[in-house]
Design a protein around this ligand. Sequence first.
Ligand SMILES: *Cc1c(COP(=O)(O)O)cnc(C)c1O
Length: 402
Amino acid sequence: MPAGSRNIQENNGFSTRSVRTAEKKFSAFGATVVPIVQSSAFGYEDVEGWLKVALKENDGYIYTRNTNPTVRAFEEKLMALEGAEDAVSFSSGMAAITSTLLGLMKSGDRVVSVKDLYGGTFLFITQFLPRYGIKATICNTTDFDSIEKEIINGADIVYLESPTNPTLKIIDLSRFIKAAHRIGAIAVVDNTFATPINQNPIGLGADIVIHSATKFLGGHGDVMGGIACGKRKLISEIFHFKEIAGPCLDPHAAFLLMRGMKTLELRVKHQNATAQTIAEFLSERKEIQQVFYPGLKSHPYHRIARKQMRGFGGVLSFEVKGGVKAASRLIENLKIVSRAANLGAVETLAGLPSTTSHVECTPEERLMAGIPEGLVRYSVGIENLEDLLNDLTQALQKARIT
Ligand SMILES: *Cc1c(COP(=O)(O)O)cnc(C)c1O
């Protein structure tokens, strides 16, 4: 078993945890599913009882911007999947990321990260944090020695993402988490692409793990959400920022996210297998310049991926020969695909990073992050493999520049 799975406290499998955790505790009227507690506030008959909850001396709920039973059940499910002490949820993945950074940092601090971040995260760290006097050092994603050097030079937060979006680079998580801890910095990992089924950064030493729940956790492309989990003391600081700033998860969204999470392991294992076969298939095609997928033996960091992951995920990307024109023609000819800026859903999704995740970056910034203009990001859904392969075959033939 990889180191990433060792620290999970519960002995049950992932599906048992995602189906069972928090259900009884947050049930009402004998319902077998956690109900949607669609209430902004929670009332008390006696002022003293109310005060005890408000002062956090007793468990309970006050106001849904702070927390809510349905929202808490979602957080407890994710804690069980990531092996985390505590968790706090948000209205989106970006709300989780920005609240984590703003909740833990102050003017004069320094964050060390890498170029291949999710587009929104990259812009937040490089454009907004410096306005508040927080220094941002962005390293070359694959230059492991210089990342380590920058961390040792002084960091308060080391912010990592692996696999990266959209070129599926792999970062040696335990190496940089160790470097962060050597100088007393907090190690944060965005685990959205891997999902808790494939990778548990807390088992590798991470202090905080973040997910865009919009993606694989929800898994059906119908709800937005985000979550940060990890060390209790840090989560309570992030929680405090959230309850004041206000980017809270809606109870109805929490319900949809939990419904999705119950099938997370089934979906992700299926998506791992389909993505692997499609990556191998595309690697053999003459229309394709290169395929990016950590499950390929030819991936430069396949060995590190094997060390820290149990599966390689449902997202791959590939460069079509003929650049952005050929890539556009290819995805326009796909029949079993939604051309949309999402990933991790039951439906297969394809997009050009230059028009989706990295649309706000300049072509130079994209080039700097190693994103070819003709790159296609392909997020495998749960449709049947044969159908997806046939679909790709016919679209590749049509896209060929003759
Ligand atoms: C989508 C995504 C985010 C942002 O999440 P939203 O829910 O869209 O705000 C952050 N990180 C990664 C890796 C993502 O894929």
